[in-house]
Design a binder for this molecule. Structure first.
Ligand SMILES: NC(=O)c1ccc[n+]([C@@H]2O[C@H](COP(=O)([O-])OP(=O)(O)OC[C@H]3O[C@@H](n4cnc5c(N)ncnc54)[C@H](OP(=O)(O)O)[C@@H]3O)[C@@H](O)[C@H]2O)c1
Length: 195
């Protein structure tokens, strides 16, 4: 049974993914977040909860002990976060990383020019790609709250397709990747609802 560490467990995609992990898999979870009381009741047989900031490297290292997959669902200083997470994974010896970034980081969206708002996402992705980790970067389109799982992926180097995707679709892809250690390794995937 694999063990997944969720960093930023109160994020909107993370909450959807945690729901799916608990309902549809027997994966064990470690949920890492600030102000953990926000999570409410979580079955302690399935998940442990760690209250912490991702920049607290001692706590982060401890959280990574014994996990098979690190799933990063953060917003903010992503460049610094990526550096810290990659370094800590190396030091603990965890290889599998699923990292949520954004569409547009390679200027790959037809009709949309690259904007500096994406700099932290782009820099974080470069740090992940320069590592020797078994990473999958996800580049989702704009999130919708639609209660559906409906997505297609594009690989790095291909033009991005579509403009939006449901949170639930991104969460479902995270769960699928976390359960399939050989899937989409060292890839960066665009994720969007098919037209
Ligand atoms: N909205 C869109 O349409 C869209 C589209 C594509 C990509 N994205 C990106 O996809 C990613 C995931 O999205 P989301 O909506 O699930 O994110 P979200 O709801 O904004 O959650 C991000 C989480 O990161 C946590 N966080 C930030 N800094 C932290 C730190 N130092 N230590 C611990 N936790 C920290 C936040 O915790 P706190 O609650 O404690 O602040 C928050 O829960 C984001 O980077 C987002 O920008 C968004």
């Amino acid at each position: 049974m694999s063990h997944v560490l969720v960093l930023g467990a109160n994020g909107q995609i993370a909450r959807e993914a945690i729901d799916l992990f608990l309902k549809e898999t027997d994966v064990r979870l470690t949920l890492y977040l600030r102000k953990s009381s926000r999570l409410g009741n979580i079955d302690s047989n399935r998940a442990r909860v760690i209250d912490g900031d991702v920049m607290d490297q001692v706590k982060l290292k401890d959280a990574m002990n014994g996990v098979d997959v690190v799933y990063v669902n953060l917003a903010g200083d992503l460049e610094q976060y990526a550096r810290t997470i990659v370094e800590t994974m190396k030091s603990v010896g965890v290889k599998r990383l699923i990292f949520i970034s954004s569409m547009g980081i390679y200027d790959e969206v037809p009709g949309q020019k690259y904007s500096s708002i994406l700099d932290p996402y782009r820099k974080a992705a470069s740090i992940v790609e320069a590592s020797d980790l078994d990473y999958t970067i996800l580049r989702p389109a704009w999130f919708t709250r639609s209660n559906e799982i409906d997505y297609e992926i594009t690989q790095k180097g291909e033009p991005f397709k579509g403009r939006e995707v449901s949170c639930k679709s991104v969460a479902a892809l995270v769960v699928k990747l976390a359960e399939s250690p050989e899937l989409e390794i060292r890839r960066s995937l665009g994720v969007s609802k098919p037209h």
